[in-house]
Design a protein around this ligand. Structure first.
Ligand code: WTA
Length: 647
């Protein structure tokens, strides 16, 4: 929490699309008359057949249904590519910066058009039709954008799986989406290290016999990989055999656009489904206003396309706006800890959008690696993925932005498709650590545990009371789960899963997840997923996973593990379990701390009391609260004396 206020500079208030008065007027209009507001702003994309119906949404738990622009037709790749050709065919669409600073490329809109059409025909040659799903498991190379846009061109639905996920995680996602075609690369390259993508795909496909018919392989490193006859094809070989031209398919606004799997508090990851028209309108509009994007700006979002931030703010939002978007293959610390700022200088980046975890880890190396670069081109900074603590905010503002760049702290989720709560750089006075105010059309409310709507300054759970165009439409293949997860906790409202405080100025401060989801370095992890990976190990009988505060990652993963009778809690086994979870889910799920505990605190009905486990993991065991309902209160003493996090 911070009481500091950073007013909008005169320069920003005059250059931006929106100043404070305009924000207030537009916001007011957007919530008073959503039909009229979105009816107008829906026109920012090109429609083949214009819509006549704007909003048709219901949050009634008996009938959750979300439809926007439902009788309009359009095509996403047309909007992101073709429509820019007349005016900006020779403008750079994608600046690609490789892992090695010597590797880079600039792709114009005209080149992007040719690539996307070629890719679309390659996918067609592998039997992909409108409505089919395609799994994309690629590193951060331009081909990721080509493949995404190619899917949208022919009406296929992409499901991107982050390259850091294990073969098991990949297999689960391929199977759930039932994709017969997988697009991958021989290897990825990050921080000078090779990532065995094709090897992982082979292992994943073997786990789910009969699902995958074709694997399209992009050569990234050129290392030899096993190619299975009849199933695996190098992209270049297929491309040589297909035509150059591919017209965009006419899609209904509500046709599915992509699936993206995300962790929830229970069970396996959910396939969040976004649809065509509303998503694109919302992604492009937020990109324009939040980043105040103007022609000629160089815009860089450091996310991976495997996460929603990469979908909306590397690819779809920027390209729909005819922007120049930078795509970075590498990591912030390679080959040097100044890499981000060197890339900023090299490409004269104006807008830089990253995650707090990156800022915190760079802060640790001090100011010198930043100060030795110029960063004169920077005008605006952004933050996403987790709460940014005021110290990191101040450092980002003072050291990276030299006090002259506003920071847009953007709160949103995979489910929301685009940014919901955020400052606008020409309109909003900033408070370090606050995501500030809602974007147009977004109606946040704070409710208490019983669902009572709280007024004024308050703290509770964050819900959204009405729909916006970028909202997810369903959980792929499981509409009931969609309703249960988001609309049943507080009937008639979208429940975000986040806690939130509103201050006297009406500013929102996200306090973190209130469910069993933890946020590790800006990546969402379901504690249930890590637990099921642990109990799959033959020596583990039971596991409970909670988050705890971590200086760099925001939250770390703390696992309580009960071993099978007779197994020894050795240091070796601890290492083995960490490696096991990495193998089962992926490196992002590695437990930071493992506590071997002979028993877990359970109620008499056998329910694990996570509240107690969280407190002990936080090293706050003085405040355990009532433990009298535990079946065996003595368990707690053992947990405390063997705790792994001692501040
Ligand atoms: C958290 C990432 C505080 C939040 C776009 C949310 C944030 C979850 C912020 C979604 C922010 C995201 N301030 N918390 N600016 N942005 N979060 O689906 O807990 O990967 O529910 O989407 O990240 O994570 P997801």
């Amino acid at each position: 929490m911070s009481d500091k206020l950073y007013p909008v500079s005169a320069d920003w208030a005059s250059r931006a699309y929106v100043d404070d008065a305009k924000y207030k007027a537009m916001y007011e209009a957007s919530v008073k008359a959503p039909e009229a507001f979105w009816g107008e702003h829906g026109k920012r994309i090109d429609w083949m057949k214009p819509y006549t119906r704007v909003k048709n949404t219901s949050y009634d738990p008996h009938n959750v249904s979300i439809r926007w622009f439902e009788d309009g037709t359009t095509n996403v790749s047309y909007n992101c590519v073709d429509r820019h050709l007349a005016k900006r065919g020779d403008q750079v669409a994608i600046i690609w910066e490789g892992d090695d600073p010597k590797d880079d490329a600039k792709i114009t809109y005209r080149q992007l058009h040719a690539e996307v059409m070629k890719w679309a025909n390659v996918l067609k040659s592998q039997g992909v039709k409108k409505g089919d799903r395609v799994t994309i498991y690629l590193p951060m190379i331009p081909e990721a954008a080509y493949a995404m846009l190619a899917c949208t061109r022919i009406g296929a639905v992409h499901s991107i799986v982050f390259g850091g996920f294990s073969p098991d995680s990949l297999a689960g996602r391929i199977e759930d989406a039932a994709t017969s075609v997988v697009v991958t690369a021989d290897e990825g390259l990050r921080g000078g290290r090779k990532v065995p993508l094709k090897v992982n795909v082979d292992a994943a496909v073997d786990k789910i016999p009969g699902v995958v018919k074709s694997v399209v392989v992009v050569k990234r490193t050129g290392s030899p990989v096993a190619m299975k006859e009849g199933r695996d094809h190098y992209y270049a070989d297929l491309a040589a055999t297909v035509p150059d031209e591919c017209p965009p398919e006419e899609m209904n606004a509500e046709d599915p656009l992509f699936i993206l799997y995300t962790s929830g508090s229970t069970g396996k990851p959910k396939g969040v489904l976004h649809s065509t028209g509303g998503y694109l309108v919302y992604a492009s509009m937020t990109h324009q206003y939040v980043f105040d994007y103007k022609d000629g700006d160089i815009y860089w979002c450091t996310a991976d396309v495997g996460w929603v931030t990469g979908h909306s703010y590397i690819v779809y939002g920027p390209l729909a706006n005819g922007a120049t978007t930078l795509m970075f293959e590498g990591i912030p610390t390679y080959p040097s800890i100044s890499r981000f700022w060197e890339v900023v200088d090299k490409h004269k980046v104006n807008t830089f959008y990253t995650a707090p975890t990156a800022i915190r880890s760079l802060m640790g190396a001090g100011e010198e690696p930043v100060k030795k670069t110029s960063r004169a081109s920077l005008r605006l900074l952004g933050s996403v993925g987790e709460p940014i603590n005021p110290e990191a905010w101040e450092w980002y503002h003072r050291v990276v932005g030299e006090g002259r760049c506003p920071i847009v702290d953007t709160w949103w989720q995979t489910e929301t498709g685009g940014i919901l709560i955020t400052p606008l750089p020409g309109a909003t006075a900033l408070k370090p650590g606050s995501a500030t105010r809602p974007f147009f059309g977004v109606q946040p409310e704070i409710v208490d545990a019983e669902g009572k709507v709280l007024e004024g300054a308050c703290e509770g759970n964050l819900v959204i009371s009405d729909s916006w165009p970028g909202q997810m439409r369903t959980v792929f293949g499981d509409h009931d789960r969609f309703v249960q997860t988001y609309f049943s906790t507080y009937a008639g409202k979208y429940f975000t899963g986040d806690g939130c405080r509103r201050d006297a100025d009406g500013y929102y401060w996200i306090t973190g997840r209130v469910d069993d989801v933890i946020n590790v370095s800006g990546h969402r992890m379901g504690t249930a997923e890590v637990e099921s990976a642990l109990v799959a190990h033959p020596k583990v009988s039971e596991a409970a996973v909670v988050g705890y505060p971590h200086d760099i990652k925001g939250q770390g993963i703390y696992a309580y593990v009960t071993l099978m009778t007779g197994e020894d809690p050795t240091e070796e086994l601890r290492k083995e379990l960490v490696a096991w979870v990495r193998k089962e889910i992926g490196p992002i799920a590695s437990p930071d701390l493992i506590q071997f505990s002979p028993g877990l605190p359970k109620t008499r009905s056998g329910k694990i009391m996570r509240r107690i486990l969280r407190k002990i993991a936080e090293d706050e065991f003085g405040a355990l609260g009532d433990t009298s309902t535990l079946a065996d209160p003595a368990v707690v003493d053992d947990l405390i004396s063997n705790r792994q996090n001692r501040k």
